[in-house]
Design a protein. Structure first.
Length: 251
């Protein structure tokens, strides 16, 4: 099977090395070229055609990612591009979307998510647009859960991440967390409602022991007494969804 070949443009040496190590033994993806600034990256883009997807950071020395996107558009180059950045602002997303970027990953991100996006993009039919705002909401949820100290390898993390996204998209489900949301998550992950509920509760307990307390106070200080009691599963997910909804509705 033909591997998907990456051209990665990012000055974060640790991240680049982590990506290279992650895909080193992959039979689906390989890191073909690497550049650490926009000038070098554009040169690779123009001089080579034996790659399938460009992974591009926005903030870099010499020339940044937006400059690279501008050059790609001006030169009429047709490239599949994933932007990864620490900027979580809708005006940046709008600007990026004007250059035909297909995916937007908010740092820090799971390498599993990067892998999924790369494969989706390489297999995507031409002409089908991607909703960058929706994609960024997923990234925002991921970043919030990381900041709250929930490790991505535990099952509760996956359930909370998907649960928050469902609540964000369908706020009417708030009144039916137990009867509607849990069964939906259980069906998706082929498990039981009781296991979903227990895994989410465990993830919240982990968060309470290792998360960012300033963020805890910001998020949950008005809804629960964080010094005495953890939020319930519903309070935890609904509060995160409400926070994101307020942020995105400010735009």
């Amino acid at each position: 099977m033909k591997k998907t070949r990456l051209l990665m443009i990012d000055d974060n040496v640790q991240l680049v090395e982590a990506v290279k190590e992650y895909f080193k033994s992959s039979d689906k993806i390989e890191v073909k070229y690497v550049a650490s600034d926009g000038l070098e990256g554009l040169k690779l883009i123009e001089e080579h055609d034996d790659y399938d997807v460009v992974v591009l950071d926005l903030v870099m020395p010499n020339k940044d990612g937006l400059w690279v996107l501008e050059q790609i558009k001006e030169k009429g180059l047709d490239k599949k591009i994933i932007v990864e950045t620490s900027y979580n602002a809708m005006d940046v997303i709008r600007q990026v979307s004007e250059y035909g970027v297909q995916y937007y990953l908010l740092k820090p991100f799971d390498l599993e998510d990067l892998e999924k996006r790369i494969l989706q993009l390489d297999n995507k039919k031409e002409g089908k647009s991607i909703d960058l705002a929706s994609n960024n909401i997923k990234s925002s949820i991921t970043k919030t859960l990381h900041d709250l100290g929930i490790p991505s390898h535990i099952k509760g993390y996956q359930y909370i991440r998907d649960g928050v996204e469902i609540i964000f998209d369908r706020p009417d489900i708030i009144g039916g967390i137990t009867k509607e949301l849990y069964p939906e998550l259980a069906d998706k992950f082929e498990t039981t409602v009781s296991r979903v509920e227990r895994a989410i509760r465990h993830a919240i307990e982990v968060s309470w022991n290792r998360g960012d307390w300033d963020l805890m106070e910001e998020l949950f200080g008005h809804s629960v007494d964080i010094d005495k009691a953890k939020p319930t599963n519903s309070e935890f997910m609904v509060t995160i969804a409400d926070k994101l909804r307020l942020e995105y509705h400010k735009v």
